[in-house]
Design a protein around this ligand. Structure first.
Ligand code: ACM
Length: 662
């Protein structure tokens, strides 16, 4: 009897497991998906049939299948003698609907046959990615699976077209350097999500990363600095040169290799060559091109650094244009990103030649001088058949004629209404260098901010105030990993995932198909795929903390004094509460003597450990016992704090109550 029950239970759990494997968990969610009866079984020696346009995708798919299963697959451009294919996988452009456009595909998975149809190689590739995602996560492994895997895909019918043409990821390789193999690994993860644009932030104050033959000092000087900087542990990275200096760069051959690798994954790489600001690495190598006397030096910190090109020097234009000529030769992309953000204007204000130029050109202020500079660069870029792309600030002082804008701090509505193309990358939803969780004791140090998964998923790329006739100018969106505090690939991956998975759905899936709860269900499978690929990610957990208030400089004294918050509404059950004090801004943090819970002014419980919240927090989380709430009682939380080396501190206080088990 007992054995029978055990067998029945085992059979039931097997059936449940099979069902779980078979439930489609595609990210980004396709435009339309209908589940059909049964499943398709991948088999050894199976044939992938292709027409000419599909041959490369067919070979890639066979390679992927071979890697994960250890089996052989045939790729054939021959159909069977009667022209009919009854089993295997067919990738074809024949009969593909015009509505599929440049990147769409349709596919039917039947019990014996998978047909993927698209008008382009990109569409076929995305269909193949979907097929990989319909199969078990082990299909994403780069080595043959150990043990028995049921290589089955649920039968489905899918029609899928992306919502936006720009589905992007930005990687900053200047603040910290990531070599070409690491960039390729990020490209692999992008391809899994049908992302199609890598914005490669190749230069900034802290390092110049692209070989320019005409100016060898850009990399011999500009690619190296005296340490990892940013207060990072020297062991957090391996990017040291033979002489022990921190840095690195890509040779032009490396760049070509990465571009070709990306192209096979249908990813376009947009290079960013920052000008006229964020240019200290270039000016350290060629100080004569800068505004102001220098000396210029590669900094070991981020932020807005002085050291900008001088628009009053013809040789600066000549230099930047020569650099761009080599960049144009390497990158086939239509766009060239020239940065333009956060240009400190002080150097130009103090520079007599710049002031004379402004007078001569009738420019009212330094914003207009930047605009004048950008227009000149744009004329050169356009003359070479390329389109200039720049950050929000290129709008200040007047936008260049054909320029496209990358919105990080606004400007999308204004630019798109004037007919300029725009990529959305607002700090509010797209800055993946921000914290993913509110409890900083559980997260690696980040630049600041708070960008939970929900907020990325909630991004609507079309600005609310943009008139419908201009919606077409919103090309899409991208997530940015700035790397001031990120010195190795595992950490990049942790910051990118799962937020980049959410952004993939924002940019690909129809707005009406978005559903966060279903997304988190599919995310569990997607994370298994990342695990198979050896990619690090943060496991999503909903935020359980409530913001109860904060403090401002005016409330902070140099001697210990109490701060108080009303928590009456939060005392909902007996339990234990973790109270976190988190510094958010200011020149100094606060020392914390104790934190206590009070009922009608009488202290109930106190945690009297000494804490600090500021640049490097020390135990700023307090644990308090919470009683069952009594009606009519007023509960407050009190913290005894003092400014640490000053009183200019701002911060938040969070409440995280874990009720006692009943
Ligand atoms: C930027 O984050 N400075 C574009």
């Amino acid at each position: 009897m007992k054995t029978k029950i055990l067998i029945a239970l085992a059979a039931l759990s097997l059936a449940t497991a099979a069902l779980a494997v078979n439930e489609p968990a595609i990210i980004p969610q396709p435009q339309s998906l209908t589940r059909l009866e049964g499943s398709f079984k991948l088999a050894e020696e199976m044939t992938i049939y292709t027409d000419a346009a599909a041959a490369e995708t067919g070979r890639m798919l066979a390679g992927k299948f071979r890697q994960a299963t250890g089996w052989q697959f045939r790729v054939s451009n021959q159909t069977s003698p009667d022209g009919k294919i009854t089993d295997g996988i067919l990738l074809t452009t024949a009969g593909a609907d015009a509505a599929l456009g440049e990147e769409g595909y349709e596919m039917t998975v039947n019990t014996n046959l998978v047909v993927i149809r698209a008008r382009t190689a990109a569409g076929l590739f995305y269909g193949a990615v979907t097929l990989v995602q319909l199969l078990p996560p082990e299909m994403c492994s780069s080595s043959a699976a150990n043990g028995q895997i049921a290589w089955e895909a649920p039968c489905v019918k899918i029609t899928d077209v992306p919502r936006f043409p720009w589905r992007g990821f930005m990687l900053d390789v200047s603040r910290h350097f990531f070599n070409q193999d690491e960039v390729k690994q990020m490209l692999n993860t992008m391809a899994l999500h049908k992302l199609n644009t890598l914005h490669w932030h190749l230069v900034d104050d802290n390092g110049w990363r692209i070989e320019i033959k005409k100016y060898p000092k850009l990399t011999s000087v500009g690619a190296w600095r005296d340490g990892v900087g940013f207060g990072m542990d020297k062991n957090s990275t391996t990017a040291y040169g033979p002489d022990g200096r921190y840095g690195g760069f890509y040779t032009q051959d490396d760049i070509r290799e990465v571009i070709a690798y990306a192209a096979r994954l249908h990813i376009t790489i947009i290079p960013e060559i920052e000008m006229p600001g964020h240019s200290l690495a270039a000016l350290t190598a060629y100080p004569e091109l800068g505004s102001g006397p220098g000396p210029f030096e590669i900094p070991l910190k981020g932020g807005v650094n002085p050291g900008i090109f001088s628009p009053a020097k013809p040789e600066a234009f000549e230099f930047l244009q020569n650099v761009l000529l080599e960049v144009f030769d390497l990158f086939p992309a239509k766009y060239i990103h020239i940065g333009g953000d956060e240009v400190p204007k002080e150097p130009w204000k103090k520079d007599a030649a710049c002031q004379a130029l402004m007078k001569q050109e009738n420019l009212k202020n330094e914003q207009e001088l930047q605009s004048w500079f950008t227009r000149r660069m744009e004329a050169f870029i356009n003359a070479h058949g390329k389109t200039l792309l720049g950050w929000s600030e290129i709008l200040e002082g007047g936008l260049a004629q054909n320029a496209a804008v990358m919105d990080w701090i606004g400007g999308a509505t204004e630019a798109a209404s004037k007919g300029h193309d725009v990529v959305m990358s607002p700090t509010s939803n797209c800055y993946f260098d921000y914290y993913q969780g509110r409890d900083h004791t559980e997260e690696p140090r980040a630049i600041g901010g708070y960008l939970p998964l929900e907020k990325v998923y909630a991004l609507e790329p079309i600005p609310a105030k943009l008139a419908p006739e201009f919606h077409k100018h919103i090309l899409g969106a991208q997530g940015n990993v700035w790397t001031e505090y990120i010195a190795n690939l595992k950490h990049v991956q942790y910051m990118a995932f799962p937020r980049l998975s959410a952004l993939a759905e924002v940019t690909w899936s129809p707005k009406t198909a978005r559903n966060f709860e279903d997304f988190t269900r599919r995310l569990k499978t997607n994370n298994q795929r990342l695990e198979q690929m050896g990619v690090n990610f943060r496991t999503y957990r909903p935020e359980t903390r409530t913001l109860i208030g904060g403090w401002k400089p005016a409330q902070i004294k140099s001697e210990p004094a109490p701060l108080e918050w009303d928590v009456t509404k939060l005392v909902t059950a007996a339990g234990n509460v973790r109270v976190s004090l988190e510094y958010t801004a200011g020149a100094c943090g606060i020392d914390i003597a104790w934190v206590a819970l009070l009922a009608d002014g009488a202290e109930l419980h106190r945690d009297a450990h000494v804490g600090f919240t500021g640049g490097s927090p020390r135990q700023p989380v307090y644990s308090l016992t919470v009683p069952s709430p009594k009606p009519g009682v007023h509960y407050t939380m009190r913290a005894q704090v003092s400014g640490s080396g000053g009183t200019d501190s701002t911060g938040n206080v969070f409440w995280d109550l874990k009720p006692l088990a009943k």
